[in-house]
Design a binder for this molecule. Sequence first.
Ligand code: SAM
Length: 269
Amino acid sequence: MRRVCYVSSVTTGTGARREGATHKGEKRRRLLPGLAVGDGFTRHPFDVANGVRTSGLVAGRHLKSGHRHDRHATAYYGVAPSVFQALVRRWRRSGPAAPLEEFTFVDMGAGMGRAVLLAAEMPFRDVVGVELNATLARIARRNLAVWRAAGRARAAARIVCGDAAEFKLRGGPCLAFLFNPFGAPVMRRLLAQIAESFAGKPGQLDLLYVNNEQESVLEGRAGFVRLYLGQVSRSRADAIADHAILANQPEGEYASANYEDCSIWRWVG
Ligand SMILES: C[S@@+](CC[C@H](N)C(=O)[O-])C[C@H]1O[C@@H](n2cnc3c(N)ncnc32)[C@H](O)[C@@H]1O
């Protein structure tokens, strides 16, 4: 993973590792480094406003599940709500095969579920988040419960703990969402799975890709056409929040820009 580009296409620092550091949150730190105040944790305003927990930056090397695809995981970081919403708006203008109400939204690499929460506010047929790491999946489920209790979920939504590349997509119109979850080997497997599930169903699968580091894998795969490639701006509030959060990382691996490189693809095979 080119960390320079991971979160949002910018340069990384070379801060020294603090693997051995001790502090009050040591127990939690051992479970998932990056989610304790001592790890540089800062709450995103999305969490503060909504009473959920989607903040934090967990480097890929800490996302162990025992699955062979662990080594291709990039990191956990929640998508900027403004980028997510702008990309979905752009997709809706792209002439999808069916109304949004008939689409299943699937977040491939759902993390703590920020994109799932945002999608669940829209009238999708249903919303699924697939997450490989059990701890993140558990947090995402709790967040969904908060969302439902607050009356924010318009769509039925659930979190599945497992490998996105093995997740069986059902036949109806589907909108897959990826916020740079994994490297090329897993991306290739996912696209092969899509090709198999949607053979003979052109237009039934669209894909939104934020921080599209593996764009060339899609470019090299027959059966997909690109509808959009460009930079989607963060809102001012998201830019300020993400800059502040990433400025606090003890290891200084990632940095943030005011936009995300994004693409939209349609399956036509
Ligand atoms: C950058 S985070 C995106 C989180 C969420 N989609 C969002 O936008 O807020 C990427 C997530 O993908 C997960 N991931 C990585 N490889 C995966 C795989 N093979 N299957 C499912 N999830 C995976 C990571 O654990 C991480 O939580």
